[in-house]
Design a protein around this ligand. Structure first.
Ligand code: ADP
Length: 200
């Protein structure tokens, strides 16, 4: 991807001084933090920067991206009681291709764009049908954990012919497994890494 001059300056500051908070970066550039909001967002989403609560931004070099947590995207999910209609709205507003479904903060299902298309073109009352009727559910969900090497996630995507894998932290609460969502690994994350790797 091509970065603007200002984005390059931000990366240089973080590389040399990180972890560094947004206000400090802005001060270095004689700008306000809010003027840099879009740049921070672009650089974080593209996997150049990681934002850590209280610490600020750290730089992630291409060579350092080895684990799924280094390239995964943000969680986008809906509650299992939401309707198919509401899920479709969310898939548009959040601009994603796959939606995760949760119940009490645990991953229980997943729906793809085509799952939603299928139900929408049938004679269904999508405002009434809850999303949990149509989703692919546990234990059939292919997931990964954030400390797995990136290559393991790529293998799962290819082997299972899917676009997206939820990244979870597995916990046990009262003898029951809870799959807490922490991120998403998509073909786009992998393509971005590929591009970064092969472009100067
Ligand atoms: P599309 O259906 O739009 O081609 P996918 O290839 O990602 O998108 O999904 C194919 C099917 O696999 C869908 O029915 C979807 O519910 C299911 N699916 C998607 N992601 C996963 C996953 N991580 N684990 C299990 N099933 C999945």
């Amino acid at each position: 991807m091509s970065l603007t001059e200002r984005q390059r300056q931000i990366l240089k500051i973080v590389r040399e001084n990180g972890p560094i908070i947004g206000d400090e970066i802005a001060k270095n550039l004689f700008l306000t933090r809010s003027a840099l909001r879009t740049d921070f967002s672009v650089l974080t989403k593209a996997g150049f920067l990681k934002s850590k609560p209280k610490l600020g931004y750290t730089y992630i070099a291409r060579e350092e991206k080895r684990y799924i947590k280094d390239i995964m995207g943000d969680v986008v999910s809906v509650d299992s009681e939401l309707s198919v209609y509401e899920t479709i709205i969310k898939i548009f507003t959040k601009d994603v291709g796959t939606m995760f479904i949760t119940e009490k903060n645990s991953l229980v299902g997943i729906v793809s764009r085509k799952d939603l298309l299928k139900i929408a073109i049938g004679k269904n009352d999508i405002e009434r049908v809850p999303i949990n009727i149509v989703m692919t559910r546990m234990p059939n969900i292919i997931y990964c954990e954030e400390n797995e090497p990136i290559i393991e996630g790529v293998k799962k995507i290819i082997e299972h012919q899917i676009d997206c894998i939820p990244v979870v932290k597995i916990k046990e609460v009262k003898g029951k497994k809870i799959y807490e969502l922490v991120g998403r690994l998509t073909k786009t994350n992998i393509a971005k890494l590929f591009l970064e790797y092969y472009s100067k």
